[in-house]
Design a protein around this ligand. Structure first.
Ligand SMILES: C[C@@H]1O[C@H](OP(=O)(O)OP(=O)(O)OC[C@H]2O[C@@H](n3cnc4c(=O)[nH]c(N)nc43)[C@H](O)[C@@H]2O)[C@@H](O)[C@H](O)[C@@H]1O
Length: 450
């Protein structure tokens, strides 16, 4: 039950006291896409983790999905359980759906909305973490309005009856920990429900560290989507977890580092088109160029099946297929009757994540999430961090390799070894930053520590 998950007990001077629940809500700039939003979840989830580590009983309220400008069907108020395994999210920090929050607080107004904005004068010459209540800059002033003389009304994920008691703009420069400090500030510390709007304004405290990956690993997909994608793998791609060595333990906290995944006998490609062509045209291949890359890879890897994840219009997909030589078969998941746009996007990502080899689109957050899934599944680095190069530059710069980390940087690894008959001991600090585990040895370290 919620109570089991959310009432934490803190031992203060040996007296155990129940800590009052506090709810953190957040929203993201309207224009941001699905996969940047998933990244913002990790930043805010880590703020909640930090608040809880300091003894406060914060619960994260999951912002309903919808009104995403890339989604063809304009749906709103979609709950997280349609996309993610909420039980798994709860193993990192306590989370609840917005509807459950409304029930629990009996539709009381949210105590405070804090609208994050940058400093008008910019970042300055050095990066300093700071925040300050400031006059609202555009567009904050138009997003929230006082109604009936006292309460504030905003978008609130399309829920028209939701109100807030207070509204403030805060200029901020910082990360998940800065947001923690803001929430602990005396102006807000007595409040029990706070909504952070424009949460993308804060960064990760340490991008790519173990806490980043814990939040990421907790974001398992909903059972319904995993089952649909697995059935597709089985039916069309000759792929299953046992043969592909992609089995995951049911609880992500028990995962161990590995690089042994093989993947299904197909090539996965994320081919980002539409608005990306305007934003990154110089970095992407033509349709014909894409076909040439696919043919070459399939030949090298001795594969004849391709799983194509794309937002391309049908005509472009047909054109791509027309350039491929006979014998190469392209598969796509297109059940729009049963699944919404976001669900199909996740199924596409899952199927690319389970491929023997993956190639993505330069700087697409959609591609980044696939690469992360492959890191979690334990694929060799070389099968994951690949990008489609533009026709003019076939040997373009490879993508950054954001490898998985399982330990916090201050966790020590102690090696004991015998050298010239003497017992020696040495510690390696910052295992993550030293990038020690790239390759099969990682598994040994994982199991020693595990
Ligand atoms: C140019 C920039 O690109 C950024 O996109 P980028 O990072 O690729 O990735 P996203 O932020 O997810 O936005 C792309 C959206 O397009 C759809 N989409 C893209 N690729 C696929 C695919 O392979 N399969 C399916 N089913 N859907 C796809 C999907 O709705 C996805 O959420 C945007 O977030 C920015 O707003 C901006 O538009």
């Amino acid at each position: 039950s919620l109570d089991d998950q959310t009432v934490s007990r803190v031992d203060t001077n040996k007296y155990s006291i129940a800590v009052e629940k506090k709810f953190l809500l957040y929203d993201v700039n309207f224009g941001e896409g699905f996969n940047l939003r998933r990244d913002v979840y990790m930043r805010v989830a880590n703020t909640v983790r930090l608040l809880r580590e300091s003894g406060e009983n914060w619960i994260l309220v999951l912002p309903p999905w919808g009104r995403l400008h890339h989604w063809m069907r304009m749906e709103v108020a979609l709950s997280w359980r349609l996309f993610f395994d909420v039980e798994s999210l709860n193993r990192f920090i306590p989370v609840i759906e917005f509807e459950d929050f409304l029930d629990e607080t009996e539709n009381h107004p949210i105590d405070q909305v804090i609208y994050l904005q940058h400093y008008e004068e910019g970042w300055g010459t050095e990066y300093v973490r700071k925040f300050e209540e400031r006059k609202c800059l555009a567009p904050a002033d138009s997003h929230y309005k006082k109604v009936d003389g006292e309460k504030w009304r905003g978008w609130f994920y399309s829920y028209e009856d939701v109100r807030a008691s207070n509204f403030k703009c805060v200029s901020i420069q910082g990360d998940s920990a800065t947001l923690r400090d803001l929430l602990k500030h005396s102006n807000y510390s007595s409040m029990t429900s706070i909504m952070i709007d424009r949460a993308e304004t804060i960064l990760h405290e340490h991008f790519g560290d173990a806490d980043y990956w814990k939040a990421r690993r907790s974001m398992r997909y909903s059972k319904q989507l995993v089952e649909a994608a697995d059935a597709f793998r089985d039916k069309y791609l000759d792929s299953d977890d046992e043969n592909d060595k992609t089995e995951l333990v049911s609880d992500w906290r028990k995962e161990r580092a590995r690089r042994s995944a093989l993947g299904g006998p197909y090539l996965g490609i994320h081919w980002r088109r539409r608005d990306f062509l305007y934003a990154r045209q110089e970095q992407l291949p033509s349709i014909k160029g894409t076909a040439l890359i696919l043919e070459k890879l399939c030949e090298q890897l001795k594969l004849n099946r391709i799983y194509l994840a794309t937002d391309a219009p049908e005509e472009e997909v047909e054109e791509l297929k027309s350039y491929l030589k006979e014998g190469l078969k392209v598969y796509r998941f297109t059940d729009t009757q049963k699944f919404n746009d976001g669900q199909i996007a996740i199924i596409d990502q899952y199927l690319c994540a389970h491929a023997r080899h993956f190639i993505g689109s330069h700087e697409s957050t959609f591609t980044f999430r696939i690469q992360e899934d492959r890191e979690i599944l334990g694929f060799p680095v070389s099968s994951t961090f690949n990008r489609l190069c533009p026709d003019k530059n076939p040997d373009c710069e490879p993508p950054s390799k954001w490898k998985i980390a399982y330990f916090r940087s201050f966790e020590l690894v102690i090696f004991i070894f015998v050298y010239k008959g003497v017992l020696k001991m040495t510690c390696v600090r910052k295992l993550v930053n030293l990038n020690i585990y790239d390759g099969p040895n990682i598994y040994n370290f994982g199991s020693v520590l595990g």
